[in-house]
Design a binder for this molecule. Structure first.
Ligand SMILES: [Fe+2]
Ligand SMILES: [Fe+2]
Length: 270
């Protein structure tokens, strides 16, 4: 009789899937219709879409830059196999938005769009967790490294991918579909969302095992999850103010809180 563990995708299964499903090419996607759509928007709507895409772009660049630490520090060779595909996919997500700014939204300082709360969770805080793994590796301290790997996975796969990215991509994908605009961005979000699904499955599997093997990790991981829900409320409000697209902030927060609870359940925190 199959057990739950048989149904769970192993890192090697996910690596095999990535070789087929993660091979879409941002450079080959058409942006012509998106460019024409953008030109028809009011400047207020252009500004709101730009703000959302700046968060996507800066987030993707940040995760692409820091994930190499985790791959290098990861002791399990099968997880490293999957992580090599994961790094490649994050770089492609950043490449897509780099192209989107160049060809559709216009080139600008996208980092200037970040408020301190999102900058802290998406960039500075994540970088510190990467550096903590680097320090533990240099010191040869296995215990410290194991804990640093766990906290990095909780921040990266738990909060940034598992809650923030999924909420934003699901919500924005749903909104663009309903207004029938930006078909290129809709398609990219669908493809990115599928890649993120594999990243999250792998990350939650790793975290569940780490917490089961080290019950002392449960309290700090839970604290990380609960701390980040506060900043999530702040950066979400920022995207909706002003709100010329008339986006439904309650719907987005509802998606976010549900995913937050789901991730905590996935790894055995609740
Ligand atoms: Fe990504
Ligand atoms: Fe990802």
């Amino acid at each position: 009789m199959p057990t739950l563990s048989h149904a769970v995708k192993t890192p090697r299964d996910l690596y095999q899937m990535a070789k087929h499903l993660g091979m879409w090419d941002p450079a080959a996607m058409s942006l012509a219709e998106d460019k024409a759509n953008f030109a028809t928007l009011s400047s207020e709507k252009q500004e709101q879409l730009t703000k959302i895409c700046a968060l996507f772009y800066e987030g993707e660049v940040s995760v692409a830059d820091t994930l190499a630490w985790f791959m290098l520090a990861m002791p399990d060779p099968e997880r490293r196999m999957f992580l090599s595909a994961h790094v490649f996919e994050e770089v492609k997500h950043a490449e897509y938005f780099e192209r989107y700014f160049k060809e559709v939204l216009g080139e600008m300082d996208t980092a200037a769009y970040l408020i301190p709360e999102s900058r802290n969770v998406l960039m500075d805080g994540l970088k510190e967790r990467g550096e903590a793994m680097g320090r533990a590796m240099m010191n040869g301290n296995q215990q410290e490294l194991d804990f640093a790997l766990t906290m990095f996975a909780a921040h990266y796969m738990g909060i940034i991918e598992g809650v923030m990215a999924l909420t934003a991509y699901d919500y924005v994908g749903e909104m663009l579909t309903s207004v029938k605009l930006f078909p290129g961005l809709q398609e990219a979000i669908r493809l990115i969302r599928a890649d993120e699904g594999r990243h999250i499955i792998h990350g939650m599997d790793y975290l569940r095992k780490q917490i089961a093997d080290h019950p002392e990790y449960k309290a700090p991981v839970k604290e990380l999850f609960l701390d980040n829900i506060k900043s999530m409320t702040l950066w979400t409000q920022w995207v909706f103010n002003p709100n010329p697209f008339g986006l439904d902030s309650e719907r987005m927060m509802f998606l976010g809180y549900n995913l937050h609870r789901q991730r905590m359940r996935d790894i055995g925190l609740i």
